[in-house]
Design a protein around this ligand. Structure first.
Ligand code: C2E
Ligand code: MG
Ligand code: MG
Ligand code: MG
Length: 279
């Protein structure tokens, strides 16, 4: 295919690219109907306290059960949801779903668990529901703010806008906790670690994979942990897959681990079975 080949411009694309564009367009269309079609499901991935081995928390991760294509990974549809603005409705749905699930586990006498929910930068800009709606949803079910941790990425903080700052501080004042996701992959400006009310920092899995006694990644992880602790921030390592990574992180003083070594993300019923009954 050549750039000047076709009058309509489409010959610029190779057949493969056309196919990708077609799939993307179909996904975009289908995504509009996914919420109403009840095609989403929230999975829960345990977050383990390394000192005790206890499941202290979990991350809520959305799954799309597409009627024809089957299970579609969020990596493939979250970007489309963000471009189309659908992420705001989807994000509100995830929040409500998690909060109801938390209340159900409490009513079943399960031990308390803190759930992390990912919040896209687009939700900060264009979301229709804000911190006060979310607090209201929690308190309507008698749940404390601390039951939810909001995971944001560095790009949210980089914007440094007054709107983001005030939304974050109101979330925080209402008891919800803030976690900085994928740490180390963005600009990693260290200044915002003390400027915002951040409770948890998640070391990106790219640093955790290839973690060995001799690797530079170990030096990086150790430095991040020391820095975070000095600022009163707890550290969660993402993507822990091997016992060696587990041991090295524990020795380095990392507070929590999340990854396939402990568990894959699980449907709510299965995760609920891991939570002990308290009475
Ligand atoms: P994330 O927030 O960084 O979530 C961690 C991802 O790492 C998850 O992928 C999880 O399944 C995967 N993971 C966990 N342990 C391991 C491991 O040991 N090895 C490897 N290779 N991967 C591991 P997932 O569920 O496919 O989600 C991908 C991304 O999609 C998330 O990255 C997050 O950015 C986004 N996402 C998922 N659910 C939501 C949501 O409800 N709202 C928003 N806005 N974004 C979401
Ligand atoms: Mg996350
Ligand atoms: Mg992450
Ligand atoms: Mg990620």
């Amino acid at each position: 295919a050549t750039k000047n080949g076709g009058r309509n411009g489409f010959s610029y694309f190779t057949a493969a690219m056309q196919e990708v564009a077609k799939i993307r367009m179909r996904l975009t269309n289908d995504l509009h109907n996914a919420l109403a079609g009840k095609q989403f499901e929230v999975y829960y991935q345990p977050i383990v306290e390394l000192a005790t081995g206890k499941i202290a928390k979990a991350e809520a991760l959305i799954r799309w059960n597409h009627p024809v294509a089957g299970l579609i990974s969020p990596a493939n549809f979250i970007p489309i949801a963000e471009e189309t603005g659908l992420i705001c409705g989807i994000g509100d749905w995830v929040f409500q779903n998690v909060v109801q699930q938390l209340a159900a586990w409490r009513d079943d006498g399960k031990s308390e668990v803190q759930i992390s929910i990912n919040k896209s930068p687009i939700q900060f800009q264009n979301g229709t529901k804000d911190h006060s709606d979310w607090h209201a949803q929690l308190s309507a079910l008698g749940l404390p703010g601390e039951s939810v941790v909001i995971e944001i990425t560095e790009s949210v903080l980089l914007e440094n806008s007054e709107k983001v700052r005030s939304q974050l501080s109101k979330l925080y004042l209402g008891g919800m906790r803030i976690s900085l996701d994928d740490f180390g992959t963005g600009y990693s400006s260290l200044a915002y670690l003390q400027k915002f009310d951040i409770d948890f920092l998640k070391i990106d899995q790219s640093f955790v994979s290839n973690l060995t006694h001799t690797s530079n990644n170990l030096a990086l992880c150790e430095a991040i942990i020391v820095l975070a602790h000095r600022l009163g921030i707890k550290v969660i390592a993402e993507g822990v897959e091997t016992e060696e990574q587990h041991v090295l992180l524990k020795q380095a003083g990392c507070d929590y681990g999340q990854g396939y070594l402990f568990s894959k993300p699980l449907p709510a019923v299965e995760f609920g079975r891991l939570l002990h009954a308290t009475s």
